[in-house]
Design a binder for this molecule. Structure first.
Ligand code: PEP
Ligand code: MN
Length: 355
């Protein structure tokens, strides 16, 4: 069935909602969940059939037997269904069973061989494909996956932002790095982006915050893992919520408009021109700073001194970062600004020293 979601997304009430369990566990489980999430009017019901798991002894999905369970649950409530596919066999089985939309998981998007295999397997169909970001924050790899599907003639494509792997983050299971989905929209504006707060947050109490942020960044929708008995879920138990909690979360979301009216533009336009002026000043200051850096570079060259003096750099960083609180800027932000400036300074001095 051709859903043509990309063009029809506006027909759905924002956020375009995808809900359903992390994994399909039994015929009754997926049917019960489908019936109880219907009040939240999801556009799609999700359910993992084949689960890519980090360790081999985890539950790896019920497999092909679960496909008709998922498809029937969707039919019962009149909502299309989606599942993750990771190879050509999955594609064949899912299409045969009547799954409406396929999604490519983060562990598959990283692998161009796997993505190409899937693209070849669905060539000639009109299926909708949702592509999750790769587990590493590599925008080009994500874009490359879309290009493989486009080359295979698949036009109904949607992106799912599920965050990026890091080792033991205190807050996120997968850090959002919002600039990557924003970069995707810049490169491929026709592809709607849906946020998956479940896999970004990894815990129930973080879902609202991430969902709200996605809405404020004007994402098209949300994919939220929903389970009738989350604590007993066979996968991702900590992050799944009940259909009731899903409905509460949706009610708590504040949906702001993306378009600015003419009268609002008066104020915003004026403030934006002040920002443009400040940016120009910042750039001019940076230019001046680099002139001094080059003078020092010349002196270092003449006196045979290395570009980097680690002790000085460390002292300088500490001194600058100690101002963070007073400036109402985060240490992380100041640190990345300083790193960028330092990198550029080193580049200038290297050029002076070794022309
Ligand atoms: C999932 O959606 O259950 C899943 C496995 O997600 P990801 O590919 O984002 O890890
Ligand atoms: Mn999951």
């Amino acid at each position: 069935m051709k859903l043509d979601l990309q063009n029809n997304l506006k027909r759905y009430k924002r956020p375009f909602l995808i809900a359903g369990p992390c994994s399909v566990e039994s015929e009754d489980q997926v049917m019960e969940i489908a019936k109880s999430i219907a009040i939240s009017k999801p556009a799609l019901i999700r359910g993992g059939i084949w689960k890519p798991r980090t360790r081999p002894d985890s539950f790896e999905g019920v497999g092909t037997i679960g496909l008709p369970w998922l498809v029937n649950a969707g039919k019962e409530v009149g909502i299309p269904v989606t599942t993750e596919v990771a190879n050509a066999k999955h594609v064949e089985a899912a299409l045969k069973a009547g799954v409406d939309v396929l999604w490519i998981g983060a562990r598959t998007t990283v692998n161009p061989f796997a993505v190409q295999e899937i693209a070849d397997a669905i060539q000639g169909t009109e299926i909708t494909v949702m592509v999750k970001n790769p587990i590493n924050p590599d925008l080009m790899l994500w874009i490359g996956a879309f290009e493989r599907f486009q080359k295979a003639g698949i036009t109904d494509l949607i992106a799912i932002h599920r965050g990026f792997s890091v080792y033991k983050h205190p807050r996120y299971r997968n850090v959002p790095n919002w600039e990557i989905p924003i970069g995707l929209t810049e490169e491929l504006p026709e592809i709607p982006v849906i946020c998956d707060p479940s896999h970004i947050s990894g815990r129930r109490d973080g879902l609202l915050h991430v969902s709200q942020k996605a809405m404020d960044l004007n994402f098209a929708g949300l994919m939220i893992e929903t389970h009738n008995n989350p604590d007993k879920a066979w996968s991702d138990a900590q992050q799944q919520i009940t259909p009731e909690k899903l409905s509460e979360l949706l009610q708590q979301l504040i949906l702001r408009k993306a378009d600015i009216k003419v009268e609002e533009l008066d104020f915003i336009g004026f403030q934006r021109s002040k920002i443009a002026e400040l940016d120009n000043q910042l750039f001019k200051l940076l230019k001046e700073r680099m002139e001094i850096v080059r003078d020092i570079g010349l002196y270092k060259k003449e006196n045979n001194i290395t570009i980097l003096q680690s002790d000085h750099w460390k002292r300088m960083i500490n001194q600058r970062l100690s101002q963070a609180k007073e400036l109402e800027l985060t240490i992380d932000f100041l640190r990345s600004v300083l790193d960028a400036i330092h990198q550029e300074s080193i580049r200038h001095q290297t050029k002076v020293m070794n022309p």
